[in-house]
Design a binder for this molecule. Structure first.
Ligand code: FAD
Length: 429
């Protein structure tokens, strides 16, 4: 078992640094008892805790977060969210399945909106649509397929040529793109802080409280550095860190990916980014994500590292190079914040979700899109525990994570596939 159950984050989260300081809740101390213990205060864990409190008002619910809220992956992401995903190149049966997933996606999105409204907090949520931009011929094929996918789903979209992209996002780096009108941008640290700070009164959140071990069965005992928590039902909402406890190691891979936000720019420089608010997703999965941040900053996300963090200097250099390649006129602008975050990938893109053993549940495998998906899966996990409903429709729609070969084959496989994919990604990176 690795010494720490938590991801190896070497730099603070830039989104969190942009917000005013927040006082974290104190760590758990002493011997504690709860009906429900949720491990992890990301989107999945907080949605589960909130739903448990709705279904059983007044129940004793404890959330144990190993870091502080705003420093986990739920804050370290790019802040793209959607109520309705547009998939590409779909057969009729795939369109039908994708529409079923979208009904769950909408449920998660609406749960986030409801929490924001009830809690009276905001996270700079803006309906910007999203642009898929292509810098290579392979990327252009994906753009065409996305246009077709949008047509099949009845999602409003428009094709963009190089000049159209230049007008929208201020660079002529890309050959073509598609803008789908569905899609939102948000400030992820503001969202996760807001969710954590407006939990129902029966939910006790403890931060800086890593769960180091889980012992026994019915009730289970969670061991942290300064506390033991006995709980009848335990939810592991730790995403890929669930592997620390020995679960689902044959389904999940941890990927570190990196983001940077520029320093605040003057009005003349900020005007070089085209429209006031936009987000660009890459046309290859190893490509770079771009977005504007407020009126005067810009974010770039790129790079992938398998199961281990990159050196901070290396990440900064690579992100700076990707930014300057797209905006050479802004070569004097520096990235003020650069940070890494983890995401849990599965072989077939499906999550691993549900009961692990009596009284023990988990949800993992966000595959890089867990702001909304994690919310749905956490909420539905709480419903399963309280009502006993196995959630067959949800399981049928998402599917379940497939088996991944053990070491050393998995590392070798990852290296081979990523070398091939990097070559294919080329200028999309
Ligand atoms: C750079 C980057 C960009 C991304 N961009 C997007 C995007 O634009 N849109 C999107 O939807 N998704 C995006 N993602 C993915 C998204 O961040 C994740 O899908 C999401 O955070 C998953 O939420 P979660 O609650 O399941 O897991 P997490 O957010 O990882 O939360 C799990 C929590 O569990 C805690 N934990 C782990 N182990 C323990 C333990 N033993 N004891 C106590 N606590 C523990 C962790 O500290 C963490 O806070 C991105 C990810 C990264 C890294």
């Amino acid at each position: 078992m690795p010494a720490s159950p938590l991801p190896d984050y070497r730099d603070p989260c830039g989104w969190n640094a942009l917000l005013p300081p927040r006082a974290p809740r104190p760590p758990a101390r002493g011997a504690m008892r709860a009906k429900y213990a949720v491990v992890g205060a990301g989107y999945t864990g907080l949605a589960a805790a909130r739903r448990l409190a709705e279904l059983e008002p007044g129940a004793d619910i404890v959330v144990l977060e190993g870091m502080t809220v705003g420093e986990g992956s739920s804050a370290r992401n790019s802040g793209f969210a959607t109520r309705h995903d547009v998939k590409v190149g779909l057969s009729t049966s795939e369109v039908e399945r994708s529409d079923r997933i979208n009904r769950f996606q909408a449920e998660g999105f609406d749960a986030l909106l409801a929490a924001m409204e009830a809690g009276g907090f905001s996270c700079d949520l803006q309906r910007t649509g999203r642009i898929l931009a292509a810098a290579t011929p392979g990327g252009e094929a994906k753009v065409r397929a996305t246009l077709e996918g949008a047509r099949l789903h009845g999602v409003a979209s428009e094709a963009l040529d190089r000049a159209g992209l230049k007008a929208a996002i201020g660079t002529d780096y890309y050959r073509s793109g598609v803008r789908t009108h569905e899609g939102y941008l948000l400030q992820p640290a503001a969202l996760i802080r807001g969710l954590a700070d407006t939990l129902p009164a029966c939910v006790r959140l403890y931060e800086d409280t890593p769960v180091l071990a889980i012992e026994g069965s019915g009730p289970r005992v969670l061991r942290t550095p300064e506390a033991t928590v006995r709980a009848d039902h335990v939810i592991l909402a730790t995403n890929a860190a669930i592997k620390h406890f020995g679960y689902w190691r044959d389904r999940l891979v941890v990927i570190y990916t990196y983001a940077g936000i520029t320093e605040a720019m003057d009005a003349a420089d900020a005007a070089k980014f085209g429209e006031p608010a936009w987000g660009v997703l890459p046309a290859h999965r190893l490509g770079s994500t771009l977005r504007r941040v407020g009126v005067d900053r810009f974010m770039v996300r790129s790079l992938y590292a398998y199961e281990a963090a990159l050196d901070s200097g290396e990440a900064r250099l690579a992100l700076t190079e990707r930014f300057r390649r797209r905006y050479p006129a802004l070569a004097h602008v520096r990235l003020e914040y650069v940070w890494g975050g983890t995401t849990a990938l599965t072989m077939n893109g499906a999550p691993r979700w549900g009961r692990i053993a009596p009284g023990l549940y988990g949800s993992a495998g966000c595959n890089g899109a867990g702001v909304v998906k994690g919310t749905t899966l956490g909420k539905r996990l709480a419903e399963t525990i309280v009502t006993g409903d196995p959630q067959e429709a949800l399981q049928a729609a998402y599917g379940t994570a497939s088996w991944i070969a053990p070491e050393p084959f998995r590392t070798i496989g990852f290296r081979v596939v990523s070398a091939i994919e990097r070559r294919k990604a080329g200028a999309e990176m």
